[in-house]
Design a protein around this ligand. Structure first.
Ligand SMILES: Nc1ncnc2c1ncn2[C@@H]1O[C@H](COP(=O)(O)OP(=O)(O)O)[C@@H](O)[C@H]1O
Ligand SMILES: [Mg+2]
Length: 254
């Protein structure tokens, strides 16, 4: 499989704190890769380096064969790599349509085409009934899907999702998961940070685990949920057993 995103030796420092230390991994075209780790382990910082918000102290980010290290965020987005934010930032005094149009104008300068594209993304994210209503009045579940719709409207090849299911009810989290799987089934490549293991593990082709800014493990979800170092740093014994049990149950049902 062709890697679409290649991160190698990535290091990012805040003063003397290295929030990312020599992190390397690939994301293959059409894959869902889950990035996990304890709070403060450097996941959002990694997204910020990859998406061009921060310039890393060392290392390289290659997207679709082009070295984009330190490139401006809007240029990287224009190349097809876009991200959502952990804390949702919809423009509250705008309607859902206006919010999504902001993304659509990146590739579609004509208003007609931009509107068509925005419409498509709104439907895809189950926001049709909210189209002309103010984003401010929506639930967090709808706001999180609006974030995804805004990013999709930029016509990305790959999206970075930072805790897209955090703070959602289990119904909303399930909707988010099926939305993400639907995107992947239509060819999207996805790198996602998520704390809800039951949401991320079943849909990820591969997991990358950070702890203290360092990559401590990488592999298929079934291996990661059994990995001693990951259990110690993040998952915990009980939770690991529960995950393994649920995998067995899933296996039996299939
Ligand atoms: N802008 C910043 N300035 C200084 N320190 C930061 C900044 N952003 C993150 N950090 C620190 O870097 C470390 C990693 O943070 P972060 O990437 O947000 O972790 P995560 O997303 O995994 O919770 C933490 O110790 C955090 O306090
Ligand atoms: Mg974070």
């Amino acid at each position: 499989m062709m890697p679409l995103l290649e991160v190698s030796g990535l290091t990012m420092k805040f003063g003397s704190l290295a929030a990312n230390k020599d992190v390397s991994f690939d994301v293959g075209e059409g894959q869902i890769v889950g990035l996990i780790g304890p709070n403060g382990s450097g996941k959002t910082t990694l997204f910020n380096c990859v998406s061009g918000m921060y310039k890393p102290a060392a290392g390289r980010v290659v997207f679709a064969g082009t070295d984009v290290t330190g490139m401006a965020m809007f240029k990287i987005a224009r190349m097809g790599l876009a991200r959502t934010f952990q804390v949702v930032r919809p423009l509250n005094d705008m309607t859902v349509m206006e919010n999504v149009l902001v993304g659509a104008y990146l590739h579609h300068p004509s208003e007609t085409r931009a509107r068509e594209e925005a419409e498509r993304c709104i439907e895809l994210c189950y926001l049709g009934e909210w189209r002309d209503r103010p984003a401010a009045a929506m639930t967090i579940g709808n706001k999180k899907r609006l974030e995804v719709a805004r990013v999709l409207a930029t016509s990305p090849k790959m999206i970075l999702l930072d805790e897209a299911a955090a703070g959602l009810t289990s119904t909303e989290a399930n909707e988010m998961v099926s939305l993400i799987v639907g995107l992947r089934n239509n060819g999207m490549t996805i790198l996602m940070v998520e704390h809800i293991m039951e949401a991320i593990m079943p849909i990820s082709d591969k997991m990358v685990v950070l702890s203290g800014g360092v990559k401590i493990a990488e592999g298929p979800p079934g291996d990661i949920s059994r990995n001693e170092e990951v259990i110690t740093a993040y998952l915990g014994e009980k939770f690991s057993k529960r995950l393994i049990e649920s995998e067995k149950l899933r296996g039996e049902r299939q």
